[in-house]
Design a protein around this ligand. Sequence first.
Ligand code: RTP
Ligand code: MG
Length: 180
Amino acid sequence: MIEEKKPAFSRSWDPACLGKSRVSRPSRLFVLYSFTMEDGKIMERTLSIVKPDGVARGLVGEVIKRFETNEMKIVALKMIHMTKAQAQGFYEVHEERPFFGSLIDFMTSGPAVAMVLEGDHVIAKNRELMGETDCRKAAEGTIRRDFATDIEKNVVHGSDSPETAEFEISYFFNKFEIVA
Ligand code: RTP
Ligand code: MG
């Protein structure tokens, strides 16, 4: 029997495979999450996560306020509590890094809030608002500088490129959950 091969994206956050196996990055892009407007704006979507430390410390509202006051529109939002397999798949690019095990323990330690943000250059804008990974190096006024407690427990995640955003958004949200 020939097994039908589904595109990688359909496997990414399919409830049928939650917690059962690692997920894979797509081998090619299926949908573009970035387009140029007539006025020259580059409208993009990006994935933001308020990590378990941010949720536990009651920082969800503060993070959302920063998005909303910076013209970053929330077009999807949900609470998540990742299993080890889900977190390992999400941070697959860091699999070989020495901090991988600790990062997975942290990301599965409690509930988090996943969001899709939409706006002009929103991928870079979000990274700017977040600040550098290591809060000691993050610029004044950034989320990580203001709230992170160390290089790992740094309150927020943000996609770092259009390709990453596409993978990460589809990891947590299907098209019916994104309300434009
Ligand atoms: P993120 O992916 O969560 O938005 O963070 P990032 O791009 O700023 O940093 P990245 O290099 O992608 O690292 C992912 C997350 O791993 C933890 N980390 N720990 N102990 C360490 O040296 C270390 N380095 C990174 C952080 O939680 C970081 O955000
Ligand atoms: Mg990263």
